[in-house]
Write a protein that binds this ligand. Structure first.
Ligand SMILES: [Zn+2]
Length: 717
């Protein structure tokens, strides 16, 4: 990681904010919720079924950590008050964990060690922490506090985040404000404004933006005040003065609904003060460089690595805002407006470093542009991807100097300031990665826009929850559950807590990066007309024993990685698991797949004895080889060999084996989709084999690549 010298650009000067226009009607969120609920009645009479919306839900990890008693709005506390963290052991065995708080804000990042915990089977422990002791104590901007537990169970190391906490202090230092869900409310409270609304309105957004560039408060007990026009940022503990690494380079940002963007000018300095008339200072430190924006995700539970597997290539905690629409401002002036590139960057823009520099990035529409040379289209644009709800992220642009070259880089960090916006950030990070991925099978702009719904789970259409995956409690009766994908829509909703029950866990399906990419994989296969047409309902196509899902402790048991199904069902889920693996790994010999439900690990002793260990998610699995026992390869062939059957697991390793591995004989994603499309009407191994033979010229090495891999991975039953 490069070393960076710290140079902060303070907010000083007037900024006018131009409302971003958005014509993307969001049919799901604009529909009155009451209508959604009412429309559920009779939904099952329509003859629709879950068949067309394969569902994913996640199981509970072995240990979890979360804040206690902070549901809902903004809490006002004295500086000596304590908060409670609840650490829970969900296993029937003793587990140990380390608990830390990762705190970022005011351009700094700190860790607070809360010690080692040992929990009895199923024990719940409470750990208190005083937010008044936070090493980062902002006034008018936010500190983000993420609890993180690390534990090892069955030789698998897991590092899991809990929900982030937003924290800010009153200007007089006698009070502080916290919320799990509403960072904008915390920021407004810190500025002495009302926090009665859960989401900032237009006037509130203008107020929030006035504090965006400020760095006011305390870091490590030292006073920070960013009124100077150019300053050196505080160095983190242990670093030599003025130096740090890129992880510490954290600017501030505000997220809000696109419709709430303020139309009047706002002033970017002063907290709670009136407009300040500023004569623009002399241009200092003039730069002509790109401005690069990154999605800052906090909540992925499945990218923390593991023991004995290759690490993922994309951890996405800081992901380029690829192909998002953005506007770059210097004081009142729009310096650049357009679509960011694959790295989340503008082209080179000339600006003065001592002006108020801000970028507004919209997550509502992502699209990879066409590549043209001399007005000839070499590669068409991708289909448009519309993420709902429509959100804009305004961030300060900060400047750092690389060491030793001395060249400058300009960055903006796009953090959500409330929980629903975190779902948007996580989804945009994964979609940006997929759109940047070569040979991604993604439809071109001739396809209708893909609607990505982060505010609700599986829907039959724009207004109705899938009745089999909806919640009936008083709190959640208007929310659909789980995650689903179809050709032109994907949905991400709350997870389930118990098999067969309809109880949301409070966790969201976007907490797994693999779940997000999995549903996009369904959309890719459906859009290509490559989904097997002869699929049955899971109820009518369900494995048992080692090839069933009874070991899944919560989440739905419709299907799981190791369940046996007819080839049609096994293929469609296996393709989605494979697609998510492609999204998180570069093509190469091996890859990591992180699974979000309970996984059966099988271990053979020297005497042939078999030990089963149930691993709670996230389960990191190397997929560079088929599932293998001392006897044969392939999960279904090992444990429930049956003609015409396979598993998600077997299709996952097979598809990686033919498309993930580096070889001149690698079938492309589009070739695989073409083969699946030809084989779809009566899908099975023989149809797939016939379509493979028809896809290529006789004697093509790609035919033998596919046939040999099918035999090895056991999808040819
Ligand atoms: Zn699926």
């Amino acid at each position: 990681m490069r070393s960076l010298k710290w140079l902060g650009i303070a907010a000083f000067g007037a900024v006018s904010v131009v409302a971003c226009s958005s014509n993307q009607a969001d049919d799901a969120s604009s529909e009155p919720l009451a209508r959604k609920s009412a429309a559920l009645v009779g939904a099952s009479d329509e003859g629709e079924s879950v068949l067309h919306a394969p569902a994913s839900s996640s199981s509970t990890p072995s240990m979890t950590v979360d804040w206690s008693g902070l549901e809902g709005g903004v809490s006002t506390l004295g500086t000596d008050a304590s908060l409670e963290l609840v650490v829970e052991n969900h296993e029937d065995e003793v587990l140990s964990a380390t608990l830390v708080l990762e705190i970022s804000g005011l351009g700094a990042k700190r860790s607070v060690d809360l010690g080692q915990l040992t929990l009895s089977p199923r024990e719940v422990q409470r750990v208190s922490w005083s937010p008044g002791s936070s090493p980062i104590a902002p006034i008018g901007s936010l500190a983000r506090v993420v609890p993180r537990i690390s534990y090892t169970r069955a030789d698998v190391a897991v590092r899991l985040p809990g929900r982030q906490l937003y924290l800010a202090f009153a200007a007089d230092g006698h009070q502080l404000f916290v919320s799990e869900s509403n960072g904008n409310g915390v920021r407004l409270a810190s500025m002495g404004q009302s926090t009665s609304r859960a989401v900032a309105g237009g006037g509130d957004v203008a107020t929030l933006l006035t504090s965006l560039g400020n760095r006011r408060g305390q870091v490590d007990g030292r006073r920070v005040d960013s009124t100077p026009s150019l300053l050196k940022m505080a160095a983190p503990a242990g670093a030599s003065a003025g130096e740090s690494n890129a992880d510490e380079f954290i600017g501030d940002s505000v997220s809000y609904p696109e419709s709430e963007a303020p139309t009047s000018s706002v002033v970017a300095n002063g907290i709670g003060g009136g407009p300040v008339i500023v004569i623009p200072p002399i241009c200092m430190n003039k730069q002509t460089i790109p401005v690069c924006s990154r999605w800052r995700t906090n909540g992925f539970t499945d990218l923390g690595g593991g023991i004995g597997v290759v690490p993922v290539d994309y951890d996405l905690s800081s992901a380029p805002a690829a192909y998002a629409n953005a506007t770059f401002y210097s004081d009142n002036d729009v310096m650049w407006q357009g679509t960011l590139d694959a790295n989340g960057c503008t082209p080179s823009v000339t600006f003065c470093s001592n002006r108020t520099l801000r970028v507004d990035v919209s997550a509502s529409s992502l699209q990879k542009p066409a590549v043209t040379i001399n007005n000839t289209v070499l590669f068409p644009a991708s289909r448009q991807v519309n993420i709902s709800p429509s959100r804009t992220f305004s961030a300060t642009v900060t400047l750092a100097q690389t060491i030793p070259s001395g060249s400058y880089i300009a960055n903006a960090q796009l953090w959500a300031s409330n929980q629903p916006d975190d779902y948007v950030v996580r989804t945009a990070a994964v979609l940006g990665r997929i759109l940047s991925m070569p040979d991604n099978g993604f439809p071109t702009s001739s396809a209708p826009a893909l609607a990505v719904h982060t505010e609700n789970g599986c829907m039959l259409d724009a207004t109705r929850c899938d009745p089999r995956l909806s919640y009936g409690s008083t709190v959640y009766d208007k929310l659909c559950g789980e995650a689903c994908g179809r050709a032109n829509d994907v949905w991400y909703g709350p997870s389930l807590s118990a098999v067969g029950g309809l109880h949301p866990t409070g966790h969201h399906t976007t907490e797994s990066a693999y779940s997000i990419a999995h549903e996009i994989g369904h959309s890719v296969q459906f859009s290509a007309g490559a989904d097997p047409a002869n699929r049955k309902e899971y109820d009518e196509d369900r494995g048992t024993g080692l090839c069933g899902c009874e070991h899944v402790t919560d989440g739905n048991r419709l299907h799981c990685l190791q369940s046996s199904h007819e080839q049609a069902n096994a293929n469609i889920e296996g393709f989605a698991q494979f697609y998510s693996t492609r999204a998180m790994n570069d093509q190469g010999g091996d890859a990591q797949f992180s699974y979000y439900k309970t996984f059966r690990r099988m271990t053979y002793g020297a005497n042939g004895s078999l030990t089963q260990t149930m691993l709670a998610p996230p389960v990191a699995i190397s997929v560079g080889a088929p599932f293998t026992t001392p006897y044969t390869t392939g999960w279904v062939r090992n444990y429930c060999n049956e003609a015409g059957h396979s598993s998600e697991y077997d299709w996952l390793t097979f598809l990686w084996g033919v498309n993930g591995k580096p070889t001149s004989s690698r079938p492309t994603m589009s070739e695989l989709l073409s083969i699946l499309s030809s084989a779809r009407s009566n899908f099975g191994w023989s149809a797939f084999a016939d379509a493979t033979t028809a896809q290529y010229p006789p004697n093509s090495v790609k035919i033998s690549t596919i046939m040999n891999a099918a035999t090895l991975h056991g999808v040819n039953l």
